[in-house]
Ligand binder design. Structure first.
Ligand code: SF4
Length: 351
């Protein structure tokens, strides 16, 4: 098995709200939004790990925090064995770990040409002469399916798919090892999505890239991922090989997400659970115990009291789910089912 290039350990990202004068006088603690709460996973060299979940589950915050685009509240991220959060010099990490953002229009400066945008990382890191940078930019434009003749065009002169190609070329400029792809195709027309996914796969093969691929669209994630991690309300609730996750999900939330995907074949029999109902509870006051208990059709009293650990699914150590139903001898099985009134979420997530 290949060593992990990225190891995320117990990552936390909380946002603390401004406390009012009255709150301070009353001695009240400022409220926190627990956007990411104790997330751990590895990304192995050369693989694509898909990170999925509903809006507001913390998947983009996870990607941004592990790249140190946001400062973590707690936890550690090891990149090639070095703790990124303890490093005073991020220069090398910034060269080797890049990001492709969701919206190619807002992530590209409208006042800069494609050439300037792609060249910027080379300028910042002082790589190459002026002529060498120009040559590198033209090479990158062609590698992502654009032409060197488009080097002086501005973002508004490109289509959505072409703009995303410019964003990918910028991410490749420093020859990175690892790219966080944060919903890279969700702002694009369906017809263009496949072209960008194919481009990302070709680039991965050619340059040996490692991807963390963040998306809410399960069909996209299935297409591109070797393994998948499922997030719910700031936590990873299931992780495993992509085929296993889709064919044999071990967490009721994953089952419900899969059941929510529209299917062309209406004759197909559904799984045991109903499609996902209700909104994600607010990360300001996440439910006690298993955070999914307010929406889970299998929830029992034990789920409200206790937070589940990560348990093997079908005896596989490479497939784990945070659900008591994966453990034969847990108190869960003897505790009474939760009433409907206890399954109503208070408040909803704001992404
Ligand atoms: Fe549902 Fe309980 Fe499993 Fe959580 S631990 S997913 S509430 S059955």
């Amino acid at each position: 098995m290949t060593d992990p290039l990225v190891r995320v350990e117990d990552l936390q990202k909380y946002y603390f709200e401004q406390d009012s004068l009255v709150d301070r006088l009353l001695g009240k603690e400022p409220e926190s939004v627990q956007a990411v709460d104790g997330v751990s996973f590895d990304v192995r060299e050369g693989e694509t790990l898909g990170l999925v979940g509903e809006s507001g589950c913390g998947k983009s915050t996870t990607g941004e925090t592990l790249l140190r685009l946001r400062e973590p509240t707690d936890g550690a991220v090891y990149f090639d064995g070095e703790n990124v959060f303890e490093s005073a010099d991020l220069d090398e990490f910034r060269k080797r770990a890049q990001v492709v953002f969701q919206d190619p229009f807002s992530s590209l400066d409208p006042r800069m040409t494609a050439g300037q945008i792609i060249r910027e990382p080379l300028d910042v890191h002082g790589i190459g002469t002026k002529a060498e940078r120009r040559e590198r930019v033209e090479e990158l434009l062609e590698r992502v399916g654009l032409s060197a003749g488009q080097v002086d065009r501005y973002p508004h002169e490109f289509s959505g798919g072409q703009r995303q190609r410019v964003g990918i070329a910028r991410a490749l400029a420093l020859e990175p090892d690892f790219i966080v792809c944060d919903e890279p195709v969700s702002a694009l027309d369906v017809s263009v999505q496949a072209q960008i996914l194919n481009l990302l796969e070709d680039l991965q093969e050619e340059f040996g890239l490692t991807y963390l691929f963040i998306a809410h669209d399960l069909s996209v994630v299935r297409h591109i991922s070797d393994r998948v991690a499922v997030m719910y309300l700031g936590e990873v609730v299931e992780i495993g090989p992509a085929d296993e996750i889709f064919e044999n999900p071990g967490h009721p939330y994953t089952e419900a997400l899969l059941e929510s995907v529209p299917r062309a074949d209406t004759s197909e029999q559904g799984r045991e659970v109903d499609p996902l109902a209700g909104d994600v509870p607010s990360p300001r006051s996440p439910p006690s115990g298993c955070r999914f208990h307010t929406r889970c059709p299998y929830a029992r009293e034990a789920c409200k009291r206790e937070s589940p650990g990560d348990y093997d699914v079908a005896g596989r150590a490479d497939h784990q789910a945070a659900c008591f139903r994966r453990v034969e001898d847990h108190d869960y099985w003897d505790s009474p089912p939760l009433g409907e009134d206890e399954q109503v979420a208070e408040g909803t997530a704001d992404d």
